[in-house]
Design a protein around this ligand. Structure first.
Ligand code: BGC
Length: 340
């Protein structure tokens, strides 16, 4: 394992940004701007290294993008209905930056701030302190993500503590494309999940999970991502494709596997978190110019390990409230292998 660091530009407010490279069997580039996974290079079945994420060559690309490419998402990943929630009877109001809803931490979420960085022997630790009422969230939250590279595995260890009750849901928003380009519809996906969270017209979960059995949401056997995406299911129409939370069965390890048949590249995801947002990049529209040209619709897929969307307003979902006496400790591992 080797780590290097280099200067990577300056934000409009004058903060210096760095790019870190971790190299082992895969090569991972991470910036402290937005806690962003900028690049992952992984071998195909003949050993040829290739890019497997969508991204930009410069920090300006990330500063100007609204698509959260590779970024760390917080304080609360995914949607909070109408940008409001209660803790202990106290009302909190957040930005409504996605129709009527709050999305991915607000106007200036964790994806748009510069994190403190510390190089470690086997990786990198990024830390960010968000002050009380930043983006409307109560409590000062000290968050860190330790990125560890071990052979073919990139491990993300999330830690957060607060001085007042708050809500926390941290994730990474990498868009994967194991072919290195083109659409992701031919990728094959397996998710160990029997239930998913159907949403209303405003993309907020309806509150009860539905069984995947007999629907295009069933990935309990490896299935082509695009095989059923246009079959007219009302939930797929709502999301413009897959953009849904899956309730992980939490029995197997890994819980998710994606394979790209041509290259054989395979991504396995394991997590301690109860859910994953499977998103097929439906809103990407070619307006962002990435490292290989326009970033087109469905040219990347996200597997955002997470607590469930809108949990602060959903009494039947696992709680996302963090109190001062508690620690938020979660882990997600991405492993890159090949299928022969
Ligand atoms: C959400 C999408 C959203 C996208 C933004 C995803 O996590 O589920 O609805 O448009 O992030 O890039």
């Amino acid at each position: 394992m080797e780590t290097t660091s280099e200067p990577w530009g300056i934000t409009p407010s004058g903060e210096r940004v760095k790019l870190f490279t971790l190299s082992d069997e895969i090569t991972v580039k991470i910036s402290n701007y937005g806690g962003t996974i900028v690049s992952i290079q992984a071998p195909d079945r003949s050993g040829r290294m290739g890019e497997v994420t969508l991204g930009f060559n410069t920090v300006d690309g990330y500063i100007n993008s609204d698509f959260y490419l590779g970024a760390t998402i917080g304080r609360y990943a995914n949607r909070i209905a109408n940008g409001e929630f209660y803790i202990d009877g106290e009302a909190y109001k957040l930005a409504q930056n996605n129709g009527p809803n709050h999305l991915h931490g607000g106007i200036k979420g964790y994806d748009k701030v510069v994190w403190d960085a510390e190089l470690l022997e086997s990786g990198l630790r990024l830390s960010y302190r968000s002050t009380d009422m930043e983006e409307g969230y109560p409590g000062t939250l000290e968050a860190s993500i330790t990125f560890t590279l071990r052979e073919d595995r990139l491990e993300l260890d999330y830690l957060a503590v607060t001085d007042n009750p708050t809500v926390v849901n941290l994730t990474n928003h990498a868009y994967f494309n194991l072919a290195g380009g083109g659409s992701v519809l031919r990728h094959r996906l397996w998710i160990d999940s029997d239930r998913y969270s159907p949403v209303g017209e405003n993309m907020i979960p309806l509150g009860k999970h539905d069984v995947v059995e007999g629907t295009p949401f069933d990935f309990r056997e490896a299935t082509e991502v695009g095989g059923r995406i246009n079959d007219g299911h009302v939930q797929l129409e709502r999301g413009g494709g897959y953009d849904h939370n899956y309730v992980l069965n939490q029995i197997s390890n890994p819980q998710i596997r994606v394979t790209e048949p041509e290259s054989g590249r395979t991504l396995e995801v394991s997590t301690t978190m109860p859910g994953v947002q499977f998103y097929t990049g439906n809103f990407l529209d070619g307006s962002d110019k990435g490292r290989n040209g326009p970033i087109n619709r469905r040219s990347g897929l996200c597997l955002e390990t997470q607590f469930f969307p809108d949990s602060p307003n959903q009494p039947d979902f696992p709680s996302t409230i963090l109190r001062p006496c508690e620690k938020y400790i979660e882990k997600t591992v991405y492993r890159f292998t090949t299928e022969s």
